[in-house]
Design a protein around this ligand. Structure first.
Ligand code: 13P
Length: 250
């Protein structure tokens, strides 16, 4: 009953021309997979992305936004403006933003509220470091991140939102968490949502796995009960690879 998602996160890659080339590469090839296909692109590429996605099943995501709609915040991106441009989703709390740009759980919670208020949906990222995993602290850390991120969000809003579990040690390293490790944490996250809300809400929210997802391992990950999709960096940048991910069932 949960529609699967394949969401690309291009990170700080591609310019508008390369974005258009990607869109040309997937044009007319997305229909009928039963999978919700999303591309998250840098702010500078979003006009091209939204224009190219129009009239196609492709959904669009920004990789970040600020939590205020407008004002004296030099260099930030307004969630209101993103919504007016036609963006569907905003990725928030990615480990790279937490690590390099010092985003806190509180920032991420404010961003989630701002995104929902502006009629877009957050893709809320969480994940532990290798150190935390080895110390047996991964579950406590990740469920804490989720609890803080969803504070004050209604069940009605949460069921439309997306959670992405991305163990930091698996991002861009080629080291995928095993499908069992990914499933285990996705299940823990769903149980946390059930305890914070209720079982019905937990059963509806979509939980993605991210970290070295590629066409060769996507099927095994997607077969797991609590994994509803992938948040994909490297393997989402090439049209053929992205299409292979979206069509993982074939
Ligand atoms: P890779 O798929 O390149 O490991 O990146 C994962 C990621 O961080 C997606 O948000």
């Amino acid at each position: 009953m949960r529609t699967p998602i394949i969401a690309g996160n291009w990170k700080m890659n591609k310019n508008p021309k390369e974005t258009q080339e990607f869109l040309d590469g997937i044009k007319g090839k997305l229909a009928e997979s039963g999978v919700e296909a999303i591309i998250g692109a840098p702010a500078i590429d979003l006009s091209t992305l939204v224009a190219g996605a129009e009239g196609s099943p492709l959904k669009t995501a920004a990789e970040n936004s600020y939590f205020e709609d407008e004002g004296a915040f030099t260099g930030e991106t307004s969630p209101k403006a993103l919504s007016e441009m036609g963006l569907d989703y905003v990725i928030i709390g990615h480990s790279e933003r937490r690590q390099y740009f010092k985003e806190t759980d509180e920032d991420i919670n404010k961003k989630a509220h701002a995104i929902l208020k502006n009629n877009m949906l957050p893709i809320i990222c969480c994940g532990e470091t290798l150190e935390q995993r080895e110390a047996g602290k991964a579950e406590e850390w990740v469920t804490g991140q989720i609890e803080n991120a969803v504070k004050g969000i209604s069940a009605a809003d949460l069921v439309k939102s997306v959670i992405a579990y991305e163990p930091i040690w698996a991002i861009g390293t080629g080291k995928t968490a095993t499908a069992d490790q990914a499933q285990e944490m996705a299940h823990v996250i769903r149980e946390k949502i059930a305890s914070l809300y209720d079982q019905d809400t937990a059963d509806k929210v979509r939980i993605l796995y991210g970290g070295s997802v590629k066409p060769a391992n996507v099927k095994e990950l997607m077969a797991k009960e609590d994994i509803d999709g992938g948040l994909v960096g490297g393997a989402s940048m090439d049209p053929e690879s992205f299409l292979a991910l979206v069509n993982y069932q074939n």
